[in-house]
Design a protein. Structure first.
Length: 203
């Protein structure tokens, strides 16, 4: 993939709350990036979900579950849970699927942080931010991936650009969205004013 295309792709995917994913063909990602560009800011969450449903269809996820995850260090420890959560998703049991995968993500992140060097912290947000920073430094130091340079991106390897894309989503989308959702779910607590017997609400 040309460097300019990779940089443009990273920026366009980040702009709609996604990152440049591994193990996905560049031709498909090019098509998605072009669709985002042509939407003139009207690429909505529903559009992104439809794209992700095509990218991570049953055949692709089955291949990952059967062939890739059992071979990956740390991830293979959670292969059974990942398999069952994936099955639950395609059975329409989406809450069960998410509930099964969240402990996997946190557990794998903390194990990787413990094994690869970043200091573990209480917050899982910090764990993944540290892991991403560690991985990017390692990629740059070992010169992994094709070197890229364009007018819109600094000189990086193609792999480090993908890590940068992931880090941006962690910082600007994932954790911010989670905080917003939690705040919106906090219901006002009713309190009784004993003087005028009227009910008011406090957060």
């Amino acid at each position: 993939m040309q460097s300019r295309n990779l940089c443009d792709m990273k920026n366009r995917l980040n702009s709609v709350g996604w990152f440049v994913p591994p193990y996905v063909s560049s031709s498909l990602l090019d098509m998605v990036a072009l669709t985002i560009a042509r939407s003139n800011g009207n690429f909505a969450q529903g559009d992104l979900e439809r794209v992700l449903a095509r990218v991570y269809d049953a055949e692709r996820l089955a291949s990952m579950v059967l062939n890739r995850y059992p071979q990956m260090p740390v991830i293979k420890l959670f292969k059974q849970t990942i398999s069952e959560a994936t099955m639950a998703h395609f059975l329409g049991l989406h809450h069960v699927a998410v509930g099964g995968l969240i402990p996997v993500i946190e557990g794998a992140g903390r194990r990787l942080a413990n094994e690869r060097g970043p200091k573990r912290r209480a917050s899982i947000k910090n764990v993944f931010e540290d892991l991403a920073a560690y991985a990017k430094d390692d990629v740059i130091a070992r010169r992994i991936g094709l070197r890229t340079k364009s007018s819109t991106c600094s000189t990086h390897s193609s792999v480090s650009l993908k890590i940068t894309s992931f880090s941006r989503i962690l910082r600007d989308t994932l954790w911010r969205t989670r905080r917003t959702e939690m705040a919106s779910r906090m219901e006002p607590t009713p309190t009784l004013n004993m003087e005028d017997r009227s009910v008011s609400t406090k957060r």
